[in-house]
Structure formats: C-alpha cells, structure tokens
Design a protein around this ligand. Structure first.
Ligand code: HEM
Ligand SMILES: *[C@@H]1O[C@H](CO)[C@@H](O)[C@H](O)[C@H]1NC(C)=O
Ligand SMILES: *[C@@H]1O[C@H](CO)[C@@H](O)[C@H](O)[C@H]1NC(C)=O
Length: 426
C-alpha cells in the first residue's frame, strides 16, 4: 500500500519528521510497502504504519533492554503486588519499578519509557490517572490494596470500570468470573491460537490479528456476561490499549523489522506463560518476564498519545461496534447501546466521535468530569494534576483542542447492572 496524504501529515503532526530529520517527506511516501509480517488486515484495511518502519531506524545499543544483574527476574514475594497489567508486572519482576508493585508517578513514567518506549505524554497520563483513581494521589499499586498506599487506594485490581475493563485479552470479565487479573486459560489459548499453523518465522501477533481477537472477545462478553459494561473510558480507551499495547510494546524490534515482530516465544515471555511438553500452559499472572535479547521501540519513536489515537481510529473504523457504549441489561445477549448525543448533551454523536481527535477527547473528558468529589477536592481537577505531575501529558492534551464537555449524563447508565454494581463507577 501507499501511505495516504493524511498518514504523512500525521507523521508530521506527531513530530516524527522532526525526530528523524534525515528523512524527507517524499521518502516517507515512497517507502510505502508494508510486508506480510507487519501490515495488512483480515478486513483489508491496513493498520497505521510505525514511523520506525518508515524511517528504518534501529539502534541495538540504545534499544536493548537488560534482564541481567540489577534487572534479573525475581518473582514476587509475600506482600508484593501484581495485577491485570502484564507490562507493569514484568517491570516490577525486573526491578524497573519497585519490586513491591507500588510506585510513584515518576517511577511509572520513567519505567514505561525506559523499558517499553512509552511516550512521556501517555505514560504521564496513565500514571497520574492511576494515582488519582487507584492510589493516594502520588503513588499506587499495580495489584490490590496495600498498607504501602494510603487513602484507601484500591490498586488496579479494585478499579473495575474506572480503569480495569471488560473484554480484556487474557483476563476474565470481573462479574462473570469473580476476578479480573488472573490469566484465563481459554482466553489465552484463543489468543495464542490466532497464529496456529503459521510457520515460526512468519508469526506476528500484529494489530490486525489482535483487533480480530478483540472483536471475538467483545462478542463473547455480549453472549456470556450478563453484567458486561462498555464504558466511555474503560471501553473506549483502556480496552483498546490492552490490545494495541501487546503489539506496539511487546514486539521485538530489529534492523530487519524496526516496527517489531511479536512471535510466540516473546508473547509467552511477557505474559509469563510456560508451554508444557504435553501442550498445556502454566504460569501467567505474576510470572511475566523480559526475554533475552529483546529490543524495545526506537528512540524518538515512542508510543505517544497521538499515535495511540491513530490506532483507536483505525480500530473503530474496522469494527464500529467497539464504539457502542452501553452494556447488557442483566442477561446475556441484551446489549443496549446508549445514545451518545444524549450522553454528552449534544457535544458528540456517533459520527463526530470518529472525527479529528474526538475519540481521545471524549474518553479523557469523561474521566475528567466523573472523578469522585473526594479527589477533585484535593487535586482540583485531572487537568491540574496533569499540569503539575505530567507536563508532557498536559501539553499533548492541550494540543488536541478538545471540544468542551460540561458533563456526561450518567443516568443513561442506570439500566446496566455492570455499572450500578460497582457503585456507579466509570
Ligand atoms: C503507567 C502505565 C500503565 C498503566 C496505568 C496500565 C494499566 C493497565 C490496566 C488498568 C490494565 C487492565 C485493562 C483491562 O482490564 O483490560 C492493563 C492491561 C494491560 N496492559 Fe497495562 N498499563 C500501563 C502500561 C503498560 C505497558 C508499558 C504495557 C506494555 C506491554 C502494558 C500492557 C498491557 C496489556 C497487554 C494489558 C492487557 C492484559 C490482558 O488482559 O491480557 N501496559 N494495563
Ligand atoms: C530480536 O531480534 C533480534 C534480531 O533479529 C534477535 O537477535 C533476537 O534474538 C530477538 N529477540 C527476541 C526476544 O526474539
Ligand atoms: C439520539 O438522540 C437524539 C436526540 O436526543 C436524536 O436526534 C438521535 O436520532 C438519536 N440517535 C440515535 C442513533 O438514536
């Protein structure tokens, strides 16, 4: 395929042309072919190219991530927190964030940048939101509550609908299974088998593969989970991140594949999964590790908020159903979408949601408007907290020029038991 003019202007917009000044724009346009391992899609719509692939940039010395010495794998001990996020669990197991699984905002921003090449804007936003919603406003737990965090911080595990979401790749839906962080082996096998029969040297759990898997998981939640709730933040922003992060972050970058290839061995390593001789699986949550000789995203090609936004739009374009905010009404197969116009008092509708930066804006403004009073009483607003603790996130979000949302009409959600059960949390 050829990159469209809008893709090229996107690369300019996210600063990739500044990051790789040796690349002229026409060169970006010329190198448009995406190989079988790194593009394509069952639906025929190619997913957004990784700027590193376009630029061909790879530096093994800068991108190698050590799993030795001070960063050797140490499994969690008694009291150490691990939870629904395999990326954070692996970082804690290798001491890139505190081994306790409790870190400060800075620990998370620095750690995700250093190990995975997460943009400081995206890391900043995720870390500050974690501190506000799951922690004591400065630190939080990647697992459950612990005495290391005050203010009754719930940790990621206790943040269902606020942070933790239904339709996760390998973690089960909370109200269907009673837990939201242990690997569910049926889900794991479904993911793993997405490349069944593909020769080892051609396997790639790329964005197209993962989105197809996400659409199957979405359908499963509709048909199996009476309490399925697809919320405006958890469903529109966190659920897709749980899929895009697998490929964008876990893929092994190399000179041949600067955009990364995610093969079976690397996928198993980051999910902590061991494949036994009889073909069964063990390990999972808490066992996550960084494989030997693994290379992260290119320097200057961090996965930023604008890059994530581009993936969000791609996914919702291929599978418009992902934008159905709503849930089941107490029985399987009763999924009822809410009216976005009514939900947002006319600021957004189903069509405009896909335009410009609206998808991220909508998710961001929802959390901004629904933060519990006890938190806004202390930090003022999420915008204030970001300005103070995560200036990169603050700047990136300001650049999006989001339309003003005065509030959302939460009464629309009262008919969904998956929303009311959790104390009306989004
Ligand atoms: C401060 C940064 C981060 C925060 C706050 C965070 C938070 C979370 C949360 C709340 C979930 C649960 C979502 C759900 O219920 O589906 C999750 C899942 C996930 N996270 Fe993270 N995360 C962060 C960084 C990362 C990084 C760097 C990676 C890199 C690989 C990553 C990979 C994933 C994956 C793959 C899942 C889905 C797990 C599954 O269900 O199979 N995350 N994360
Ligand atoms: C990553 O790719 C490089 C280059 O192909 C290879 O040497 C290395 O073993 C790979 N690492 C993993 C974890 O697959
Ligand atoms: C949503 O509600 C608005 C009025 O509040 C109406 O004009 C619109 O047709 C509704 N949309 C759908 C998809 O039902």
């Amino acid at each position: 395929m050829k990159f469209s003019a809008s893709t090229v202007s996107f690369l300019v917009a996210i600063g990739i042309v500044d990051a790789f000044p040796h690349l002229a724009l026409n060169e970006l346009q010329r190198r448009g072919s995406i190989g079988a391992r790194s593009g394509g899609s069952a639906s025929g719509v190619p997913f957004p190219p990784d700027p590193a692939q376009v630029s061909g940039y790879f530096d093994p010395a800068l991108q190698y991530v050590s799993n030795k010495g001070a960063h050797a794998f140490v499994p969690p001990g008694p009291g150490d927190q691990r939870g629904p996020c395999p990326g954070l669990n692996a970082m804690a197991n290798h001491n890139y964030i505190p081994h306790s699984g409790v870190g400060s905002i800075t620990d998370f921003i620095t750690g995700t940048y250093k190990v995975f090449g997460m943009g400081l804007d995206l890391g900043g936003f995720l870390a500050v939101y974690g501190a506000a919603i799951d922690g004591d406003l400065t630190s939080w737990s990647i697992g459950g509550p612990t005495t290391l965090v005050g203010l009754g911080g719930t940790g990621l595990i206790g943040s269902h609908n606020k942070y933790e979401a239904d339709v996760s790749p390998t973690r089960p839906d909370l109200y269907e299974y009673g837990n939201n962080y242990q690997v569910n082996w049926d889900q794991w096998k479904a993911l793993y088998n997405k490349q069944a029969g593909v020769p080892d040297d051609q396997v790639n759990y790329n964005l197209a593969v993962l989105q197809e898997f996400r659409s199957e998981r979405f359908q499963q939640s509709i048909t199996q989970n009476p309490y399925f709730f697809n919320g405006p933040f958890s469903g529109v922003a966190v659920q897709p991140a749980a899929y895009t992060f697998i490929y964008r972050f876990m893929g092994n970058k190399s000179a041949e594949h600067p955009d990364g290839v995610l093969n079976r061995e690397t996928l198993k390593a980051f999910f902590g999964v061991t494949e036994n001789a009889d073909g069964s699986f063990s390990g999972g949550t808490g066992h996550e590790y960084i494989p030997d000789n693994w290379y992260k995203r290119a320097i200057g090609d961090e996965y930023t908020i604008p890059f994530f936004l581009l993936d969000l739009v791609y996914e919702a374009t291929v599978y418009p159903q992902f934008l159905d905010i709503g849930g089941n009404t107490g029985k399987p197969n009763t999924f009822t979408p809410v009216n976005i116009t009514d939900l947002t008092n006319g600021v957004y509708n189903t069509k405009t949601l896909l335009q410009g930066n609206n998808l991220f804006c909508f998710a961001y403004q929802t959390v901004q408007n629904t933060l519990p009073d006890i938190i806004t009483g202390i930090i003022g607003s999420l915008t204030n907290a970001l300005a103070k603790y995560a200036p990169d996130a603050s700047k990136a979000i300001a650049t999006l020029n989001c339309p003003q949302l005065a509030g959302i009409n939460e009464a629309q959600f009262e008919k969904f038991p998956g929303y009311t059960k959790g104390g009306n949390a989004i």
